[in-house]
Ligand binder design. Structure first.
Ligand SMILES: Nc1ncnc2c1ncn2[C@@H]1O[C@H](COP(=O)(O)OP(=O)(O)OP(=O)(O)O)[C@@H](O)[C@H]1O
Length: 540
């Protein structure tokens, strides 16, 4: 589309579910020689709303935000909520409920907004008012404000069409009503061309307000051409068949390469999760690697139903000296954080990467400029950025440098000078601050060295430890699904909807594997989904 349909300076906007998916998109486009620049937006619906609509047009679109508004930090959100509640302690799960309600009832002029839960609607209004008094917006505000701005300003719709004649959406099934509303307006009224990709069977975020039926409805429109993809280029034949069994529905999928069989293993495991983790990583992982000497650690992943289970696996990997990268909420920092990804790349350069150009300095500089694009606007500021960055990197080429010292220098010399006044970076700076706290003298990671930060990056060979949710959109040669126990997936007491979503989550896990899938469960407690696969293998 970029080569043939859209001409400079017009471009394409690509919206996807989360930063992790955006990163996957960016990497794949980079492999085709396409770099993210002014013509191409790649990011979440939140960053699209913020960077393409709210920041440039808040004042002209009459959103009623002060000129100096910013994105609220977690502490500011909690303070606003406490004020709205009239007391300091915030009940557990309240923020989550607020979020779902705001995402569900978009149009506040309809009676549903107030009638569905009058107390909650009133609380939300007080909370938002409190945020505004502080000159802040929050995460859920972003798409809501963007929709409001678009609806009230037809010229704004045309401005977006002028910039992005094509809108690409990936993982449509996991995006909520706000994005759908935007798509309906921009594509079906204003005339952007839509290219949407998704799979209703992989919808796993219903619990946060995602609406898989929206993709279904989109595909049923007369003015939409639907293309069903039947061939699976990722997984071996037997894995494709077993995944169909896991889904409990035949979609007629076929492995593209008939010779690639793939293998499925079921392992009953004794003991608690700590003991199971140790055996999984010590024995099963080693055996799998022996069967596939062509795979390196980065081709392997262990997926589990909840982040706390990852603690057992991380501890076992640490004890066994297996390098790993963790991508769940208990990770040291979120892997999807843009600033942390950039710092990882900087660390890799310092830890020997500079000798071989992995990563290249030019890439680090380019990504840094993109990260701090609000502050790097003149040739002079660009030069200043180069000088400061190169001075810190060149002066610290030692993997054994205490990370705290390195990070302090980076923060002082580079980050603090260039991340100023950027509303889009505030959450990122929070993440950085939280990470720094864990490196402080006396904190749990006070002795961490630079090499360890470098190790968590994409250039280094690591085993992936991830929740099933975070593995969405990714692929690995060999996948271990750990903790596939009754009561865990699906959870005890799950409703019918939750059971169906758990089944889809299990399906997402199985479809990540190219060559081998391993289902691990506590002996005598296997999940019903494992039992079904077991039965299928016996019948085969
Ligand atoms: N036409 C093709 N020829 C060869 N390989 C392909 C082709 N299409 C996709 N692949 C490969 O198959 C794998 C899966 O493709 P891709 O990730 O695009 O699928 P997907 O539908 O997005 O998967 P999911 O949504 O389950 O994550 C990738 O390794 C990709 O490179």
């Amino acid at each position: 589309m970029l080569a043939e349909d859209v001409h400079t300076p017009r471009g394409i906007a690509c919206i996807t579910y989360n930063n992790e998916c955006a990163r996957e998109l960016e990497d794949r486009l980079a492999a085709l020689g396409v770099e993210q620049d002014r013509r191409i937006f790649i990011g979440t619906v939140h960053s699209f709303s913020l960077t393409q609509i709210i920041l440039p047009y808040a004042q002209t679109a009459g959103l009623g935000l002060p000129a100096s508004f910013a994105v609220a930090t977690r502490a500011e959100r909690q303070a606003a909520l406490a004020e709205a509640l009239g007391r300091a302690e915030i009940p557990q799960g309240l923020e989550f409920r607020l979020g779902i309600y705001r995402r569900t009832y978009l149009n506040r002029e309809l009676p549903e907004w107030r009638n569905s839960d009058p107390d909650l609607a009133a609380l939300i209004e007080r909370y938002e008012a409190s945020l505004r008094r502080r000159g802040r917006i929050d995460y859920d505000d972003m798409p809501l404000l963007a929709i409001r701005a678009l609806r009230a300003n037809p010229w704004l719709q045309r401005a977006l069409l002028a910039k992005f004649p094509i809108l690409v959406v990936d993982e449509y099934q996991d995006l909520g009503a706000a994005l759908h509303r935007m798509v309906m307006g921009l594509c079906f009224s204003v005339g952007m061309r839509l290219f949407a990709v998704g799979d209703v069977d992989q919808s796993i975020y219903g619990f946060t307000g995602a609406r898989p039926d929206l993709l279904q409805r989109l595909s049923e429109r007369d003015d939409v051409e639907t293309v069903r993809l039947r061939l699976n280029y990722r997984s071996g034949d037997r894995i494709v068949a077993a995944a169909g069994v896991a889904l409990g529905a035949d979609r007629n999928y076929e492995a593209a390469d008939a010779d690639a069989e793939g293998a499925i293993f079921i392992h009953p495991m004794e003991g608690n999760y700590d003991q199971q983790a140790r055996r999984a990583l010590q024995d099963l992982l080693a055996q799998a690697r022996a069967r596939h000497p062509d795979f390196s650690l980065r081709d392997l992943a262990v997926l589990y139903p909840a982040a706390w289970i990852g603690d057992s696996l991380a501890a076992a990997a640490q004890a066994l000296g297996i390098a790993y990268v963790r991508t769940d909420t208990n990770a040291l920092y979120p892997r999807s954080s843009r600033i942390m990804q950039w710092l990882e790349a900087c660390a890799q350069w310092c830890c020997g990467g500079w000798r071989i150009g992995a990563p290249r300095l030019s890439r680090i500089i380019r990504e840094g400029k993109r990260l701090f694009d609000k502050a790097i606007i003149t040739e002079e500021s660009e030069l200043n950025f180069h000088r400061r960055l190169v001075a810190v990197l060149w002066g610290n080429r030692d993997a054994n440098t205490i990370l705290r010292d390195w990070l302090t220098q980076m923060t002082k010399e580079v980050v603090q000078s260039f991340a100023i006044d950027d509303a889009a970076l505030r959450d990122e700076l929070d993440i950085l601050a939280e990470f720094s706290e864990r490196l402080a003298p006396g904190a749990d990671h006070q002795n961490m060295v630079l090499g360890e930060l470098a190790g968590d990056g994409v250039y280094v060979d690591r085993l992936t430890l991830s929740t099933l949710h975070s593995a969405k959109g990714r692929e690995f040669g060999i996948v271990f699904m750990f903790g596939m126990d009754n009561g865990r997936i699906p959870r005890n007491g799950a409703s019918n909807n939750e059971r169906a979503e758990a089944r889809r989550l299990f399906y997402v896990g199985m479809t990540r594997a190219k060559r081998e899938i391993h289902l691990l469960h506590t002996t005598g407690r296997e999940s019903i989904f494992v039992t079904e696969i077991d039965q299928h293998l016996a019948d085969e």
